[in-house]
Design a binder for this molecule. Structure first.
Ligand SMILES: Cc1ncc(COP(=O)(O)O)c(C=O)c1O
Length: 422
């Protein structure tokens, strides 16, 4: 993938009121001793999350889908590694009307943080979690009868108000959901229960990011056929929120947007595939930096690190970074990735180990201990993208942000609009 050259992104840290006492400002800068993600403060780096960018991404997606369609912000998995609560707030501020999580526990964490909007629990709700789901007005996605029964019972013993549910049809993903015919009969049973209110019906695409594939259109056809059975000849009038599209589908297949879209990756300023380029301008939200912990001058012919997978070909300046695969910098990036130092690219050399990564700074003779190194994001005129890291590590950008800086402190900032890309 060609490195993209971009204008320098000016970031201003968020407003922090004048501190009277010497207490850490925890309002915006998250450097707690323990967080939901179990991150402890380390001197080894920083994850910077640009909430301004996230809000603008939500707003751009909202404009794209138009007023007839709702935007659900997918904030599961700790907001794809960006911090669930903070990105949820920013997504809602940008126009999302609902949030999507995987587990009841994630939904409860959002409620505890004071978020009152509808929250869709898209994973498998355990029947034992039904009372919590009902009490805290979470909206589970249903895929079996025992969940209906558990929810009905929970409503009777707690709120006594109908609980909203969404049903999931499997139109070809082959993972969660019921085949359309069984989904219809589950719908009939759900509609008979006064304790339940069927609010939505959904499906999920298996390869919406594959531009040439006909499979997504086939899945959408199957989903439309199901809606047609519910509201014959007027599927757009189905009395539920019908939703199918993830980021790739909402960007590349407008016909799949229906009444609501569920946007994850695009919200974080990333694209599921090159076919999604040029549709809407999005800004990457995450920046991951570290500092040079040590430098060494080595002669030519010296092997580096475990397995001796790299040998210096010339007298070399080698920098040691205090991050490794335990911090989420994948071992698969060994001898593959580049990071940024002083605005230029420096290659990762040798095996990435648990806590240390070596980079070749021979082309950066002024490099010093303490210098900033960017693992992900912009520095001066260059940017390492999550998509690039994903290609180097033979994975997808989702996995990059989910694991990035897994033991690194997060800092939340609000930047002016400068880092756009389409
Ligand atoms: C059911 C469901 N909908 C929507 C999404 C969001 O997908 P994306 O991040 O590609 O927008 C996910 C994410 O995996 C999902 O599981």
């Amino acid at each position: 993938m060609t490195p993209s050259r971009r204008r320098k992104k000016k970031s201003s840290s968020s407003k922090a009121g004048p501190a009277r006492r010497r207490r850490p400002d925890r309002s915006r800068s998250t450097i707690p001793s323990r967080t939901a993600a179990g991150r402890a403060p380390t001197p080894t780096g920083q994850i910077q999350i640009d909430l301004g960018a996230l809000r603008r991404n939500a707003s751009a997606l909202n404009s794209l889908i138009g007023p007839a369609c709702e935007l659900l912000a997918v904030v599961k998995a700790d907001g794809y590694g960006h911090g669930m609560i903070e990105v949820a707030r920013a997504g809602l501020a940008g126009g999302a009307t609902r949030l999507g999580v995987t587990t009841v526990a994630e939904g409860l964490a959002l409620r505890e943080a004071g978020l009152g909007c509808p929250i869709l629990v898209m994973g498998v709700m355990d029947e034992a979690e039904a009372p919590d789901a009902v009490t805290h007005r979470l909206t589970p996605v249903i895929c079996r009868d025992s969940q209906l029964e558990a929810l009905t019972k929970a409503v009777r013993t707690t709120t006594r108000k109908p609980a909203a549910i969404h049903l999931k049809a499997d139109t070809g993903m082959g993972r969660l959901g019921l085949p359309p015919e069984e989904c219809l009969s589950l719908l009939e049973r759900a509609r008979l229960a006064p304790e339940l209110r069927v609010e939505g019906i959904m499906t999920h695409f298996a390869e919406a990011d594959a531009a040439e594939s006909a499979y997504t259109a086939e899945q959408l056809d199957r989903f439309r056929a199901l809606l047609n059975r519910i509201a014959p000849n007027r599927p757009e009038r189905v009395p539920f929120i019908a939703h199918a599209a993830n980021s790739a589908a909402l960007l590349t297949r407008p016909e799949s947007r229906l009444q609501m879209v569920r946007a994850g990756l695009a919200l974080y300023g990333l694209l599921p595939s090159p076919s999604c380029r040029g549709i809407v301008e999005l800004e990457p939200v995450m920046r991951w930096t570290t500092r040079i912990a040590h430098v060494r001058r080595l002669p030519a012919g010296r092997s580096l690190g475990y397995g001796r997978t790299f040998t210096t070909k010339r007298p070399s300046l080698i920098g040691l970074l205090p991050v490794g695969y335990a911090s989420g910098y994948s071992r698969l990036l060994s001898n593959q990735a580049f990071c940024l130092h002083a605005g230029g690219r420096a290659p990762v050399v040798g095996r990435i180990s648990m806590d240390l990564t070596m980079i070749d700074l021979t082309g950066h003779p002024m490099a010093q201990i303490g210098d900033e190194v960017v693992l992900l994001g912009q520095q001066e005129r260059d940017r390492v993208t999550a998509e690039e890291l994903a290609a180097w590590a033979q994975t997808i950008p989702y996995e990059i942000t989910c694991s990035a800086g897994s033991r690194t402190a997060r800092r939340y900032v609000e930047s002016p609009m400068t880092g756009r890309r389409g």
